[in-house]
Design a protein around this ligand. Structure first.
Ligand code: F2R
Ligand code: MG
Ligand code: MG
Ligand code: MG
Length: 350
């Protein structure tokens, strides 16, 4: 397995968050406005002979992904108490990173020391239904970079998700994203069709359990919501040039995991090919991040998730130096990519 894919996944996630955050919550975003923003970054760099002083700050997506990676590297295989402590300490040391409205109550409860189990606060969210936000998925990239096999990825993506997202819609979104990064690490050895088939087959089993069925029905999403969206992705790819408004209408661009994780996966697959209104010289990873931003809505989170998959697939060479070096904490992503690659390699069957 190539080191470049591990660093690519972390760097792709980082630049997706940092650039996407500039546009988060805007509903209409033009190609011109994104390209003009990127030109501004470049001009700044040229003037100073290095990336501009205005570093693009990462948001809660990366803050939490960093905690997951640090925990995986220091407390293997995964220590839920350590991870809960890291999330909480990170939030209280730097609360203005744009966290979800609900998840901060989990950190407050964890901080209070009144709970015996670190999973209880998440179970109390939203009147006991648990969160279905995309916060478990947006931070999960470290898990598929630490574990080479599917059962471990499913197990640990679920545990890490359940610390804040007790709804199966929330943690299943994290599992799906983690599996997408896992299959993307295989690179061109896996066709677009097989990539989707693997995800569908894994999710059929995961969404078949009783809690997944009842949570989905209760939200009136129908059973197997992630599987149904994976089928929609296949339909869109077969069709070719689906307008972005249709992507938003069918797959979503919202803060719910089921309205954003499939969108990120589609964006990655769609942007393997050129996109009509994006500059021809852009590579697939650049197209992926910009395509996600152009969908509007939860741009930082959709771009970070798609950036993680694209980086795992295409490798770090597709992350432009300007984007990388303008993003806060890029050196950590490079270093931790290498450490995760070593950990993953040590866990491969000999
Ligand atoms: N919070 C944001 N963006 C808002 C604007 C930020 C702006 N830049 C600023 O700084 O002001 N972004 C971040 O939040 C998302 C991840 O959220 P997470 O971690 O899943 O949090 P939470 O609170 O658990 O869920 C998010 C919202 O989803 C709705 N929701 C979830 N479960 C629900 C349920 N069972 N019933 C009803 N609603 C539910 C709620 O509206 C939650 O607040 C990422 O976009 C990240 O970037
Ligand atoms: Mg964010
Ligand atoms: Mg500890
Ligand atoms: Mg977001």
């Amino acid at each position: 397995m190539l080191l470049s894919r591990f660093r690519g996944a972390l760097l792709g996630a980082l630049v997706g968050d940092c650039i996407g955050a500039v546009f988060e919550t805007r509903m209409t975003i033009t190609v011109g406005s994104v390209l003009s923003f990127l030109r501004g970054l470049e001009n700044n760099w040229k003037k100073q002979g290095r990336p501009g002083r205005t570093v693009l700050m990462y948001t809660d997506d990366t803050a939490m992904a960093r905690s997951v990676v640090q925990s995986l590297l220091t407390k293997p295989p995964l220590d839920e108490k350590d991870l809960a402590e890291r999330f909480t300490a990170e939030y209280f040391s730097d609360p203005d990173r744009g966290y979800g409205m609900g998840v901060v109550h989990v950190f407050e409860k964890l901080q209070s020391g009144k709970y015996q189990s670190v999973f209880t606060p998440a179970k109390e969210q939203f009147n006991g239904k648990g969160s279905y936000g995309n916060g478990a998925a947006m931070r999960v990239v470290g898990i598929p970079l630490a574990f080479p096999n599917v059962p471990d990825i499913i197990k640990y993506a679920k545990i890490s998700g359940e610390l804040t997202h007790a709804s199966s819609l929330g943690y299943n979104g994290a599992i799906l994203l983690a599996l997408a990064v896992h299959y993307a690490l295989q690179g061109v050895n896996l066709s677009r069709e097989s990539f989707l088939e693997h995800l569908l087959s894994n999710m059929q089993e995961i969404e078949g359990d009783e809690k997944s069925r009842s949570d989905a029905v209760e939200l009136e999403l129908g059973e197997f919501p992630y599987c149904n969206r994976l089928k929609k992705i296949k339909e869109f790819l077969d069709k070719g040039n689906v307008p972005r408004c249709e992507v938003v209408e069918e797959l979503g661009h919202g803060v719910a995991a089921f309205e954003s994780v499939p969108t990120a996966i589609y964006s990655f697959l769609r942007c393997m090919d050129p996109v009509d209104d994006l500059p021809k010289e852009m590579n697939s990873l650049q197209r992926t991040v910009i395509f996600c931003i152009l969908l509007g809505g939860d741009t930082d989170t959709i771009a970070t998730m798609a950036g993680a998959i694209a980086g795992a697939y295409h490798g770090e060479d597709q992350v432009p130096e300007l984007w990388r070096k303008s993003s806060e904490g890029y050196k950590d992503a490079e270093d931790w990519g290498k450490q995760l690659w070593e950990l993953y390699s040590s866990r491969l069957p000999s």
